[in-house]
Design a protein. Structure first.
Length: 272
């Protein structure tokens, strides 16, 4: 029996002041890319309010960074429930008086055969991957409009622009998320608000490690994923998080209604 794979050690995020005193709301913060965003944003001196449907887990993430002296608060939130996102925004305004950044990171993979998929699967995919992002935007936009400035970052996917067989209906929702990003970016640009997306490709998260471990030879399956990419590796959550830092910072004032792809170049190649 082959040895199961584990996640590689997480590197220490670079410390700095690129987000100093910026008030950031982040959904889907309990693990994976969301947890990496917490680490990088805290290390860049942001004031964070993070959420996840896994309440205890997200509180543990927040406590870890508070113990190191960073300003991180956690709240349990289901992004498919509008009231949870409004409560999150209200908490930010009550504690900090403003909202500078929203990162919509919460998401779920729903891969089904189109004709065998249940209505529940369809609704769940859209409720979290598309409605959840819209509800987050709707919760923060009034405050950002009042301030005259704000940055919204939607964690999309390479599925937002490419179709891979066997992944329905996930790319339908992610295409919608890219449309939401562009539409809101144009709608509110004159009010000082930027709305952008990041489209990660294959990222080495626990979810993918668990997937590889479902094969007889996990290492071979991992290597197969690596070989699909020009750098012969896949992405790390911290690489997505550092791009989010850039979009959240004052370094990207003229980037709006755009999407940055992070996939090592795979999506520009012809591949099966």
């Amino acid at each position: 029996m082959a040895e199961p794979l584990t996640l590689p050690p997480v590197p220490e995020p670079p410390k700095g002041e690129r987000l100093k005193n910026k008030v950031v709301l982040l959904t889907g913060a309990a693990q994976g890319i969301g947890e990496a965003i917490v680490a990088t944003f805290a290390s860049q001196q942001a004031k964070l309010i993070i959420s996840d449907i896994q309440g205890e887990k997200v509180e543990n993430v927040a406590a870890h960074w508070r113990d190191q002296g960073f300003d991180v608060q956690a709240i349990k939130a289901d992004v498919s429930a509008q009231q949870d996102l409004h409560a999150m925004a209200k908490l930010a305004v009550e504690h900090h008086g403003r909202i500078d950044v929203l990162v919509n990171c919460a998401g779920v993979n729903v891969f089904r055969d189109p004709l065998e998929m249940t209505e529940e699967d369809w609704r769940r995919c859209f409720a979290i991957d598309l409605d959840g992002a819209w509800f987050g935007c709707k919760a923060v936009l009034p405050q950002m409009i009042e301030q005259g400035i704000g940055s919204i970052i939607n964690i999309a996917s390479t599925h937002s622009s490419h179709i891979i067989p066997g992944c329905f209906p996930y790319p339908v929702a992610k295409h919608g998320l890219l449309g939401l990003t562009r539409a809101l970016g144009i709608e509110y640009a004159a009010k000082g608000i930027r709305v952008n997306a990041i489209a990660p490709g294959y990222i080495e998260t626990q979810l993918n490690v668990d997937y590889w471990n479902g094969f007889a030879d996990p290492q071979a399956e991992r290597q197969r994923a690596f070989d699909l990419h020009p750098p012969r590796r896949i992405g790390q959550p911290m690489e997505v998080a550092m791009t989010a830092v850039f979009l959240a910072s004052d370094e990207a004032p003229f980037i709006n209604a755009s999407c940055i792809t992070i996939d090592g170049g795979r999506s520009v190649m012809y591949h099966d």
